[in-house]
Design a protein around this ligand. Structure first.
Ligand code: ARG
Length: 566
């Protein structure tokens, strides 16, 4: 039953449409004043009656209508407000039977059926370690992937690898000069980064090196066997290294088509740009002029004839439209690239791609660590791997300090530590810059991942202790304030998931879960869940089960694991 609409249907006011009533009816925050409230002030002018008189007349007409109002307990007309009190027994029964009919799929729906969403996220660069800068794209993109999937969309996750550009020529040149296979085998990306850094240092003194770098990149472009073999090796090393991190983060992709994939797919795009007369020459380079739109010119072909990041993104956009026929194509990329995406989308629009409107840049802010809170293994990079390890290490300490003995301590510490790091990213509005501290993200009491996991584990232990089997219970016993308030919160979950998808903001789910956990903990303190009273015990266990599965679904949509015990 949709209580809101039921109430809207009850209210008949001549001269006022149902839409206006629906817009005016609010969900009360203070439950002593009812569950829904209709302030009658704005109707006063139209109806030429006082708000109080209007409220009185609506109340009277509802009562006189003779309709059976099973779900309403009381209607109050006070100072121009009409307050509706829902019958808590009906409410509890209605909501909990819905959730518990299929608790593992609560909130799942089919609104996205038949629609494909492409999400470009993480998109790491070859021969570079997975650093903290790629965490947000990875965690936010992966959460959006799971959320849209839950709503019935077909989702295609793309890791648009950064695997093209002159830097790879330089890397090959460095490798040819100083590379040592054994060392690379052992230290992987660290060794590759060192080679790259050394190249730059030496090139300062010996500029001829740059020519050598260009020479090797030309070789890659020409498909030279040796160059490609070396480059392929670097790519394999990078992918197998980042795969470890993806596994820890519980992140997957459907495609790893990176920049190099589009090299042979750019010509048709260039032809189309020519055909539409969009290209102009500027210092031997080819650009699309965007003066009219208050944007700098978009560089398409460099003066030496080579392509750019944007050129490859143009080709990728066409490829994705053709291959997936997407309903939306999302790019989860830091706000530093705002201009790049503005230009990209504008050029597509000028090329008369009607689907340019379906491309969205899902921007996010920077993540940094409190200074001094981490030692990096090498260089200026803050490696994500190091951050995860540190979080896991500290989690173990906390578990031991608490005196908890767990047979699978390593597993649990991994789930909590990694979960805490992911949570710190998905619990903020995307665009906010984040500075995180280990103490804050690992706090079991604060607004943190561990707090939610802990609440889940607590529901689980109650369910085990009470030997919860099924939802065969009398939910109408759950009418005390904290039970009622908790059920009301749970009822919002489906709408919360949709809202989070609509705004492309995972934090909407995070915030909801924190509220649910707080409500549950209040319910837990106010009520003895397992008692002598068998019916009441069953009912309270059922509510606990509803909370438990809701938290689990919510966390898994964010890519965070739920240990059964902690
Ligand atoms: N590899 C790029 C970077 O690390 C991100 C690529 C984002 N995706 C795209 N289609 N441009 O900054």
């Amino acid at each position: 039953m949709d209580f809101f609409n039921e109430i809207v249907n009850l209210i008949n006011l001549e001269g006022i449409t149902k839409e206006e009533i629906a817009q005016t009816l609010t969900v009360s925050t203070d439950t002593t004043k009812g569950d829904f409230c209709l302030p009658c002030f704005k109707f006063s002018k139209i109806l030429k009656k006082s708000p109080q008189a209007i409220a009185d007349s609506i109340k009277e007409s509802i009562i006189n209508s003779g309709k059976k109002l099973v779900f309403l307990n009381e209607i109050q007309s006070i100072s121009g407000y009409l307050n509706f009190f829902i019958d808590r027994k009906v409410y509890a029964t209605q909501i909990l039977s819905t959730i518990l009919s299929d608790p593992e799929n609560y909130g799942r729906n089919t609104m996205g059926n038949g629609k494909t969403i492409v999400i470009d996220y993480s998109s790491v660069n070859i021969a570079k370690p997975f650093h903290i800068g790629h965490l947000s794209s990875t965690a936010i993109g992966s959460a959006l992937y799971k959320i849209f999937n839950y709503l019935g969309y077909k989702v295609v996750g793309v890791n648009h690898l950064g695997d093209w550009g002159t830097q790879f020529g330089k890397l090959i040149s460095a490798y040819k000069r100083w590379g040592n296979d054994e060392d690379i085998e052992k230290r992987k990306l660290t060794a590759l980064v060192e080679l790259y850094v050394r190249f730059h240092k030496e090139a300062e003194e010996n500029p001829a090196l740059d020519d050598e770098g260009r020479y090797w990149f030309k070789k890659i472009e020409q498909g030279d066997k040796e160059a490609l073999a070396i480059f392929d090796k670097f790519k394999k090393i990078t992918l197998s290294e980042v795969a470890k991190t993806y596994k820890r983060l519980n992140v997957t992709f459907d495609s790893f088509a990176g920049e190099s994939f589009y090299i042979d797919k750019m010509q048709p795009v260039l032809d189309k740009l020519e055909e539409k007369n969009l290209l102009t020459e500027s210092n031997n380079a080819k650009v699309v002029n965007l003066d009219k739109y208050n944007l700098p010119p978009c560089l398409i072909i460099k003066s030496d004839g080579t392509s750019l990041y944007t050129t490859r993104d143009l080709a990728a956009a066409f490829y994705r439209k053709k291959t997936y026929d997407f309903y939306k194509c999302l790019y989860v990329v830091a706000y530093q690239q705002n201009l790049h995406f503005e230009q990209l989308f504008k050029v597509l629009e000028l090329m008369d791609c009607d689907w340019a409107k379906d491309m969205e840049h899902i921007a996010f802010g920077m993540v940094s660590l409190e200074s001094g809170s981490i030692k990096t293994r090498k260089g200026n990079f803050i490696l994500l791997e190091d951050v995860l390890d540190e979080a896991v290490k500290r989690t173990k300490q906390i578990i031991r300090e608490k005196g908890t003995v767990l047979e699978n301590e390593d597993e649990v510490a991994e789930a909590i530590g990694v979960g805490a790091v992911v949570f710190s990213v998905v619990s903020n509005s995307r665009i906010k810059d984040i500075v995180f501290s280990y103490d804050k993200i690992l706090s079991f009491e604060g607004e943190s991942g561990p707090y939610l996991q802990y609440t889940f584990a607590r529901t689980n232990s109650v369910l085990n202790k009470g030997k919860y089997k099924n939802c065969d219970a009398d939910f109408s016993l759950l009418i005390d304030d904290s039970s009622y308030s908790l059920i009301k919160t749970l009822n919002r979950f489906p709408a919360v998931i949709e809202e989070s998808a609509k705004r492309r903001e995972p934090y909407i789910i995070t915030r909801f879960l924190l509220e649910t956990a707080q409500e549950f903990n209040k319910f837990y303190i106010d009520n003895k869940i397992i008692s002598e009273d068998e019916s009441l015990t069953k009912a309270r266990l059922s509510l606990t089960k509803a909370v438990s599965s809701t938290i689990k679904i919510g966390l898994s949509l964010l890519g965070i694991q739920c240990p059964e015990k902690m």
